[in-house]
Design a protein around this ligand. Structure first.
Ligand code: SF4
Length: 427
């Protein structure tokens, strides 16, 4: 194969911690995937991986344990199923995410998410960016996910039948969490894509390699950033309205949304197949990957949601009682500093009733992929410390939510035993 590792990233592929193995990420726009596509992913995982699928906190899917020689066939099979991985990793516009899939406005934002995805995915003008470029489209602000994107769009109503969005920029978590700031309110949906183009061009032209948009804004200041964006011709461009039939795949959820809890986002291929069958029977043929690493279904209004919930339990899925987001950590990820899945199992085992009512997130390194700063209890593996006997052991930071946009740092540099002790106090 002639591709470089860098090229692999643009195809949504990362090297795994285990030598010779790769992870393939699959972009799902706003988390939506058809039952047939889910079966295709399950089949690929069985054939080329180890029969496991990881659900990410951006509503994407990951297949691990793929060998290099199989990567091209995996890509072909994904394309044949109408799925894409282009730009799912590396310096590209990542999968367009949505946390408000259960909101009444979801069909509107799903439609916009599809247009943004279509415009930027595999568009060479917006590949090889300094680092990842994340876009999220939300129907309401409750999840605060619009604050952690390079561009976060929040539905703000409509005018003359045209949806309007408040547009936030330069948010992000990682080592230096930074809430996005309101760049412009009430942006017409016909201006959204050209305005994102302008922002991405400024980002590409003025940011050192390896840095996010938040670093650019931090270094040049908001006024200068606004001035640079305003200089881009597309910043004021308004595209013709898109006409035609609706593009959203899901009807409004209302009270008929059912969630299948998936612990730590770990699914087997057989479980994904069972969920695909459930989607065909109860969910109009679609599964919805959530930012909490679960799978949701929007049950058809003509069907009985209570019977649907019973069928889900019969298929072996709980209703997602505990919200605990967990990344693969040192089990699979090259950057991982702690064995997150083992720690999560211990945390769950020791969790009392009070803890079960909270949202939790555990990240295996300061990259904070599980968004711990948005959880009521957030745990970040902050580093490794070498003890006198030469062993390296992880240290943890603990975040607790408060009135601010992001949780505040409550404890830092805890050993694992100290962390468990603090968590027991929470409940
Ligand atoms: S938080 Fe760190 S360890 Fe976990 S998936 Fe992200 S990069 Fe890997």
């Amino acid at each position: 194969m002639s591709s470089t590792v860098s090229d692999y990233r643009l195809d949504g592929i990362y090297r795994q911690r285990q030598e010779g193995f790769f992870m393939q990420r699959v972009k799902l726009t706003a988390g939506v995937i058809s039952a047939g596509q889910a079966r295709a992913v399950a089949a690929l995982s069985t054939r080329f991986g180890q029969g496991n699928i990881h659900l990410t906190t951006r509503g994407s899917l990951e297949i691990h344990w793929i060998r290099e020689n199989d990567l091209a066939e995996v890509k072909r099979s994904l394309l044949a199923a109408g799925l894409t991985s282009r730009g799912a990793c590396g310096g590209a516009v990542r999968g367009v995410t949505c946390a408000s899939q259960g909101a009444l406005g979801f069909p509107t934002v799903e439609t916009l998410a599809r247009r943004i995805h279509r415009h930027f995915t595999a568009n060479p003008r917006f590949e090889r960016l300094p680092k990842k470029f994340k876009i999220g489209v939300e129907a309401d602000a409750s999840s605060r996910r619009h604050l952690i994107q390079d561009v976060g769009l929040l539905l703000a109503g409509s005018h003359d039948g045209v949806a309007r969005y408040d547009l936030f920029v330069a948010g992000g978590l990682g080592r230096e969490p930074q809430p996005g700031f309101l760049f412009e309110s009430g942006v017409s949906e016909n201006r959204v894509i050209p305005l994102i183009e302008a922002i991405a061009r400024v980002y590409a032209a003025h940011t050192p390699p390896g840095k996010r948009l938040k670093h650019l804004v931090g270094s040049i200041g908001e006024p200068e950033f606004r001035r640079l964006v305003a200089q881009e011709p597309s910043a004021v461009e308004e595209l013709p309205p898109v006409t035609g039939l609706p593009e959203n795949l899901l009807p409004p959820a209302g009270l008929r949304r059912i969630v299948a809890g998936v612990l730590a986002g770990e699914l087997t291929s057989d479980q994904l197949l069972a969920l695909a069958d459930f989607a065909d029977r109860w969910g109009g043929g679609f599964l919805v990957a959530t930012v909490d690493q679960d799978i949701a279904f929007h049950v058809d209004q003509t069907l009985d949601p209570a019977r649907a919930a019973g069928a889900l339990e019969q298929a072996g899925f709980s209703r997602g009682e505990v919200c605990l987001r967990v990344c693969p950590g040192s089990h699979l990820c090259l950057a991982g500093l702690s064995s997150t899945r083992d720690i999560a199992a211990n945390v769950l085992e020791g969790m009392g009733p009070a803890g079960r009512g909270l949202s939790w997130a555990l990240s295996g390194c300061p990259n904070s992929c599980t968004q711990p700063q948005l959880a009521e209890v957030g745990i970040v593996t902050s580093g490794l410390v070498r003890s006198e006997d030469g062993q390296r052991s992880p240290r943890f930071d603990l975040y607790r939510s408060g009135d601010d946009a992001f949780g505040r740092l409550a404890e830092s540099n805890l050993t694992l035993d100290q962390l468990y002790g603090k968590l027991r106090q929470i409940g």
